[in-house]
Design a protein around this ligand. Structure first.
Ligand SMILES: Cc1cc2nc3c(=O)[nH]c(=O)nc-3n(C[C@H](O)[C@H](O)[C@H](O)COP(=O)(O)OP(=O)(O)OC[C@H]3O[C@@H](n4cnc5c(N)ncnc54)[C@H](O)[C@@H]3O)c2cc1C
Length: 457
């Protein structure tokens, strides 16, 4: 089994040929820090809208090194942190507009990938959420009923039998499904996008770490880039930038990928629709059936490293691999003897209120996007288009969305940060175990953890 080495996805396709570092000081129109989906989408739409702009991307390692080359491959319409926070702060109409744009963004990504010749193994099979104990089932039904009060959502509730006919998860009590989600191969999208933006005339400088972002400047040890606009697109690595240590907490997420499964095993599981698969546990899991017929399954493991540290190229603790293998075998007992080919981890950016943001301060020229928590694959595209409108000074439906220029307070200093996040995930995992054992009531621990964290399910 390979552990780390960035991700299975990169291993499967092989890394892009290394790109040159920043050759020295330059002056451009837009400097983007970070070559993940956020930076790449921003560069793409900027060059499409204004081909004359000089745009550079500075990347500390290689394009797609971060979460964009490591994620679970859910191109989902989920609004980060849940829609309800926008209902409270901006009203129901604003929240509905945001959701409608998220639905459309799933299709926008698929459209651009097709148009630009990026084959990212995309199948729009929808999002399938399974419940396998009574508390999960009641949360599933409540969530589906709440969704049905909105006109732009279309969730189906499936009986245990109908759910099992689609994906045979042991102990299924029911499931929900909606169509606004596609399975992708994340690194193929990152690699393809990098190729496309380079062809549009964007310079991507790799192996170029930015130490500090200042108004109209990005500082690196290879020279300073001066720009009218500097875009911070560093997500889970943001804490490594000067003065941003407590901005977004780097939360870990980990995955394992099995070897390709035999026809017999697939016959016992089903999953012919290539839906993305998640559950209603508090410390939820996420999975996909890959194009080459493996299962890639992810979850939290070690949630957070003291002092906002990040992993070393995706290296994953044995306890996390065990935890994820345990979920795999519990869901699908026929996989008990299959080999795990690869395990890896990555960091996602978590703001104090669990709500993603995109914005621009026109006076300083500083722009940013991120804090997507576990739902950035689609949102980064919306962010890229919104950044383009903000930078070009083009008011649009996108710049009116309620996440634009949203500000949030910083995380607590250590050791409070570590204690709070570790306790939160212990509470969620204890709550899940209690619910599975009793199979009757929702654990009060999870409710308390939600209240303390400000996180919504
Ligand atoms: C394991 C895992 C599973 C996930 N699964 C899903 C999923 O299934 N669906 C979903 O919607 N979301 C998922 N996410 C979240 C999603 O992948 C991210 O929200 C999204 O990829 C963020 O893209 P980004 O470009 O903002 O950040 P990243 O992809 O992390 O890119 C940031 C880039 O900035 C570079 N960088 C950072 N600091 C500096 C610096 N100082 N100087 C220069 N460069 C720098 C990094 O090297 C990196 O390449 C997952 C995340 C993880 C970690």
């Amino acid at each position: 089994m390979i552990n780390g080495d960035v991700s299975f996805w990169w291993n499967q396709i092989g890394r892009d040929a290394p790109r040159a570092p920043l050759p020295g000081p330059v002056s451009v129109d837009v400097c983007i820090v970070g070559a993940g989906y956020t930076g790449l989408w921003a560069a793409y739409y900027l060059k499409k809208a204004a081909p004359h702009l000089r745009v550079v991307i500075l990347e500390q390692r290689f394009a797609g090194y971060g979460a964009s080359g490591r994620n679970g491959g859910w191109l989902t319409n989920a609004v980060t942190g849940g829609r309800d926070q926008y209902v409270t702060a901006h009203g129901r109409e604003a929240a509905a507009r945001f959701q409608t744009h998220m639905n459309e963004t799933v299709d926008e990504v698929i459209r651009v990938a097709t148009r630009e010749g990026i084959d990212a193994d995309i199948v729009k099979g929808g999002e399938f959420t399974v419940a396998y104990d009574a508390p999960q089932q009641s949360r599933l039904v409540a969530a589906a009923n709440a969704e049905r009060t909105w006109s732009m959502t279309d969730v189906e509730l499936l009986s245990a039998k109908d759910a099992i006919d689609r994906i045979n998860v042991v102990g299924t009590t029911g499931a929900s499904w909606h169509p606004h989600c596609a399975r992708i191969q994340p690194a193929k999208l990152a690699s393809g996008l990098a190729r496309v933006v380079e062809a549009l005339g964007v310079d991507i400088y790799e192996d170029t770490r930015v130490s500090e972002i200042l108004p109209r400047r990005a500082i690196t040890e290879r020279g300073t880039v001066e720009a009218e606009f500097v875009v911070r697109a560093t997500e889970g690595f943001t804490a490594g930038l000067k003065n941003l240590h407590r901005a977004w907490l780097p939360m870990n997420s980990s995955l394992i990928a099995t070897e390709p499964l035999s026809k017999e095993i697939w016959d016992s599981i089903g999953w012919d629709g290539r839906e993305t698969l998640g559950d209603m546990a508090h410390a939820y899991m996420y999975a996909q059936r890959t194009a080459d017929d493996r299962i890639a399954i992810g979850g939290r493991g070690v949630p957070y490293r003291f002092g906002s540290k990040t992993d070393s190229d995706g290296q994953t603790p044995a306890s996390t691999i065990e935890l994820l293998s345990g979920i795999l075998h519990r869901f699908f007992p026929s996989t008990a003897d299959v080999a795990i080919d690869h395990a890896w981890s990555g960091v996602l950016g978590v703001p104090r209120d669990w709500a993603a943001t995109v914005g621009l301060d026109p006076r300083s020229g500083l722009a940013w996007a991120g804090g997507y928590v576990g739902t950035g694959v689609t949102t980064t595209n919306l962010a890229g288009r919104t950044l383009t409108d903000l930078i070009l000074g083009t008011p649009s439906a996108l710049t009116e969305l309620p996440w634009v220029n949203h500000r949030v307070r910083h995380w607590e200093p250590e050791p409070l940060r570590w204690l709070a996040v570790t306790a939160l995930y212990q509470a969620y995992s204890l709550a899940d175990r209690a619910e599975l054992a009793r199979r009757t009531t929702t654990s009060p621990l999870a409710t308390i953890a939600d209240l303390v964290s400000g996180r919504t399910h």
